[in-house]
Structures are given as structure tokens and as C-alpha cells.
Design a binder for this molecule. Structure first.
Ligand code: ZN
Length: 105
């Protein structure tokens, strides 16, 4: 339970810190774009059960697949998609830390 709560808080906090220090002028706008990356969690709707706190998302859900992560890195190269790509990669990184934490338990 505590892991899930910390995980959700970090999905808002980490993009806020990155936005604050990387996009000083319009950090609020950058933060909103980055947290919109959570939309990739809609791919959980394809799974059964939809939410399993002990399932690692990375490599399981389509938008959390290794190919999708490669696409997010490619999006980093395009200035117009760079902020959302940063949000997506932060999201994947946080999901990955959750996977590591769950294996530790
Ligand atoms: Zn996710």
C-alpha cells in the first residue's frame, strides 16, 4: 500500500522538480504536459486484472513495452515532442523503480 502511494506521489513530484529546474519560464505548463504522460497507463485497461499492484508494467503493457520506450527516446530528438517524451521517460523510470521495489519486498 505504501509503495503504491509513494509511486503515485512521485508521478506528480518528479515532473514538477524537472519542470522547475529545466523549464524555469513556463515550468507550470511543462509540468502539466509531463504529467499528462500518465495517459499511457490507459493500456492497463487491456490487462486482466486492470490493476495489479504486484505486476511490473515494464515489458507487460503495450505502452510500457521496450519498443514503446525506444519510441519515447526518438521523440526526445524532436523539439515539438521533447517535453512529453521527458514526461514519458520519467513515467517509465518511476514504473521501473516500482518494479525493482516490488522484487525487493
Ligand atoms: Zn505506468
Amino acid at each position: 500500500m505504501i509503495r503504491s502511494v509513494i509511486h503515485i506521489i512521485l508521478h506528480f513530484l518528479v515532473p514538477a522538480v524537472v519542470a522547475r529546474f529545466s523549464f524555469r519560464e513556463q515550468w507550470w505548463k511543462a509540468w502539466l504536459i509531463m504529467i499528462s504522460a500518465m495517459i499511457i497507463d490507459f493500456d492497463h485497461l487491456l490487462a486482466d486484472p486492470i490493476y495489479d499492484p504486484n505486476r511490473c508494467s515494464i515489458g507487460f503493457h503495450p505502452l510500457h513495452s521496450y519498443i514503446a520506450v525506444c519510441a519515447y527516446f526518438v521523440m526526445m530528438a524532436v523539439p515539438k515532442t521533447r517535453i512529453i517524451a521527458i514526461g514519458l521517460l520519467i513515467h517509465i523510470g518511476l514504473d521501473l523503480t516500482d518494479c525493482i521495489w516490488m522484487r525487493w519486498e
